[in-house]
Design a binder for this molecule. Structure first.
Ligand code: GLU
Length: 452
């Protein structure tokens, strides 16, 4: 039997090859590192996983599509963006994962997200593979008509690569209900099919699932609650810092309030708001979802309990719980040190890879419960899979039923990660637990299905 050390040496060698073969993709390297550095115990213990080529296949996307997206703005000027869809792994089901529209999008970012999605989706237990896509298009400040023309152009290429049994995109940063509507309309027009299960995050009344908009944020709070429960605590009366002000952040704040905790911050790229009375959700939803504005408007309209800190970091605000819900690498080692100094008990990732590796190590070393995004934010994609199930059955479930399923799924994911970490001598280490548990499910399916 190979030892853990020998296995780790092989995995380190593979990581070097990944860096060499995928130059200038630091986010993908980071995501691959984060997984491969936790797999040695399971690969050493189970010889079938050491089979040559298994992990090498896992880190190579099955298919990567890049395409031109030309569109005209309201003045008739032509813009050219780049579109991506990385179909990473379909051993467990059709590729599944969101589309991100943001100027920071490039192939490396989409590959990191697609790679994470493989394990996250496996953890849901719902039979979905991993994929991700998007564009460097910036929807900020664009009119509805411009966003519509962009989405139509994007789908005019994407449609040939997706399908309810092939690849099922959804939303992510910059892609919400409005964009999914335009994308679905164009798909339906081009294909002449009512294929509801080709996209998730659809509107109520035309195939969308209740609780899908809420699911990522709700799920993350449920995961944080499960981590606290494990330590004999709960959310009641706790103060929370939340970053971001998009879909994930908004429904994180909503669920925290429902469980008796108080979220005192939100943020966007211009800075953050701290509100000592707790974030007023109606006002935040009005500004972000209706007016598509910025968080400084919140502080202006809220009155004396709130202030806007331009350019600041929410992690400076003392809290019991931290829920990063904005974007990758938004919480670094210094932020982690500040949180620890202020007595944080749990950090749970609503965004994908928001904590840097150094921050994660520091938090874990300090004994803070840390929920990695792969596990903690899986509620969104889980309810997407429930949306697909409802579409197949031509039915729609009540909000109560979907939320009950979501609660079961998040508790199951928590238990799976917790037990897997214990099984591999890493008690309380949810990063190791999530990576190994997700890996086992995907690897078993890949081995059973042969070298493809
Ligand atoms: N973009 C979300 C995620 O990161 C949801 C994906 C989906 O619903 O397919 O998991």
């Amino acid at each position: 039997m190979t030892t853990r050390r020998e296995t780790q040496t092989r995995l380190d060698q593979l990581l070097k090859e990944i860096e060499h073969r995928n130059p200038a993709q630091p986010e993908f390297h980071q995501a691959a590192h984060e997984v491969l550095e936790t797999l040695a115990p399971v690969v050493a213990a189970r010889p079938e996983y050491a089979e040559p080529g298994l992990i090498e296949r896992l880190v190579e996307p099955e298919r990567q599509v890049m395409f031109r997206v030309p569109w005209q703005d309201d003045q008739g000027r032509v813009h050219v963006n780049r579109g991506f869809r990385v179909e990473f792994n379909s051993a467990l089901g059709p590729y599944k994962g969101g589309l991100r529209f943001h100027p920071s999008v490039n192939l490396g970012v989409i590959k990191f997200l697609g790679f994470e999605q493989i394990f996250k989706n496996a953890l849901t237990g719902l039979g979905i593979g991993g994929g991700k896509g998007g564009s460097d298009f910036d929807p900020h400040g664009r009119s509805d008509a411009e966003v519509m023309r962009f989405c139509q152009s994007f789908m005019t290429e994407l449609y040939r690569h997706i399908g309810e049994h092939t690849d099922v995109p959804a939303g992510d940063i910059g892609v919400g209900g409005r964009e999914i509507g335009y994308l679905f309309g164009q798909y339906r027009r081009i294909t002449n099919r009512w294929e509801a299960g080709v996209l998730t995050g659809k509107g109520q009344g035309w195939g969308g699932s209740l609780i899908r908009p809420e699911a990522t944020g709700y799920g993350n709070v449920l995961f944080a609650a499960a981590m606290l429960r494990e330590r004999g605590e709960d959310l009641e009366g706790q103060t929370a810092v939340v970053s971001g002000s998009g879909n994930v952040a908004i429904y994180t704040i909503e669920k925290l309030a429902a469980l008796g905790a108080n979220a005192v911050t939100c943020s966007d790229s211009s800075g953050y708001v701290v509100d000592e009375k707790g974030i007023d959700l109606d006002l935040l939803k009005q500004i972000k979802e209706v007016e598509r504005g910025r968080v400084d408007a919140y502080a202006e309209r809220r009155g004396s309990s709130a202030r806007f800190v331009p350019g600041g970091r929410v992690w400076d605000v003392p809290a019991d719980i931290a829920l990063p819900s904005a974007t990758q690498n938004e919480l670094d080692e210094n932020d982690a040190a500040t949180l620890i100094r202020n007595g944080v008990k749990a950090v749970s990732e609503g965004a994908n890879m928001p904590a840097t590796p150094e921050a994660v190590h520091l938090l874990q070393k300090a004994g803070v419960a840390f929920g990695p995004g792969k596990a903690a934010n899986a509620g969104g994609v889980a309810v997407s899979a429930l949306e697909m199930a409802q579409n197949h059955a031509r039915t729609s479930w009540t909000a109560a039923r979907v939320e009950e399923e979501l609660t079961h799924i998040m508790n199951d994911i928590h238990t799976t990660c917790h037990e897997t970490a214990e099984r591999y001598d890493a008690p309380g280490d949810y990063v190791t637990g999530a990576n190994i548990a997700g890996f086992e499910r995907v690897a078993d399916a890949m081995l059973a299905q042969g070298v493809i």
